[in-house]
Design a protein around this ligand. Structure first.
Ligand code: BT5
Length: 258
């Protein structure tokens, strides 16, 4: 499937550790959370999604890895990390294939309305303080997927070595991180790239909140804290920092509700 082994990846800015199989690369990376370390595997046997959901990938066909990142920025900036990772994955896929991707808030990478990649960012405490484990799963060579709303590069007609994709995504994450840090955490540049690619904006959505309950309305913006701003039918807005978004429909009249 790949013309280059996944184990061949080596990069100057990252310390890439390849393992044949592991339960979850996020768990493996969290066991020794040294910033710059990346754990990648050919077979993730018990991959994790958000909110205790699973991430299912057979051996040898998906890209599953986790990078240990020290954002070097105050905690208030951390919510941008999963969005930053989504931008890096989408950019890498778009540059290496002819596919049109979009980001579903907060960080699913879609082709059309199907999920190509998922991201799970977790905060753990390392030897030198808190770090983020940035976990990425991309469906690459799969021809069958666990859920109907998923897709893979192969199913979209694109061929790409997992090793090449890993290198491109890690280069993108490093570049985005460097830009973000050097601006002192000002998300203006990152926010502009994110909003330009975010297919959720402008749609009517239902957001299922992590603690239960839902919010419905039009997704109007992603604010400077990375939150999704939803305008309800009564005109009131809410800024949501977490949740599962269901894209309901494209509004007939563009622009804000009056
Ligand atoms: C995510 O969660 O999308 C985050 C997935 C992160 C996976 C990576 S792989 C490397 C690293 N190590 C880990 O253990 N995890 C990370 P969420 O938004 O909660 O979506 C999970 C849902 O996606 C599941 O409940 C299924 O409905 C669906 N799903 C499961 N496997 C999938 C796949 N291969 N492709 C697309 N959707 C999938």
């Amino acid at each position: 499937m790949d013309s280059r082994a996944l184990s061949s990846v080596s990069l100057p800015t990252w310390d890439v550790l390849y393992v044949d199989a592991t339960a979850s690369t996020n768990a493996a990376a969290a066991a020794e959370p040294v910033p710059g370390r990346v754990v990648v595997t050919d077979h993730q046997t018990a991959g994790r999604g958000r909110l205790d959901r699973g991430w299912e990938t057979p051996a040898g066909v998906a890209l599953t890895f986790s990078a240990v990142v020290d954002p070097e920025l105050p905690d208030a900036h951390w919510p941008w990390l999963p969005l930053l990772a989504g931008v890096a994955v989408a950019d890498a896929v778009r540059r290496a294939t002819a596919l049109v991707t979009s980001l579903k808030w907060p960080n699913d990478v879609l082709v059309g309305d199907r999920k190509l990649a998922g991201i799970l960012v977790e905060r753990v405490t390392g030897p030198a303080g808190p770090v983020a484990i940035v976990g990425v799963g991309v469906n690459v060579h799969q021809t069958e997927l666990p859920v109907p709303h998923a897709t893979s590069l192969a199913l979209e007609g694109a061929r790409l070595d997992r090793a090449d994709l890993l290198e491109a995504v890690l280069a993108g994450v490093a570049g985005e991180l460097a830009g973000w840090r050097s601006s002192g955490g000002d998300p203006a540049g990152l926010r502009a790239s994110y909003r330009a690619q975010c297919g959720t904006l402008g749609l009517d959505v239902r957001v299922e909140l992590p603690g239960g309950g839902t919010v419905e309305g039009r997704a109007e913006d992603v604010d400077e804290l990375g939150r999704l701003v939803v305008r309800g039918p009564g005109g009131e807005t809410r800024a949501l920092s977490a949740g599962d978004v269901v894209h309901l429909r494209v509004p007939k009249q563009p622009g804000p509700l009056s």
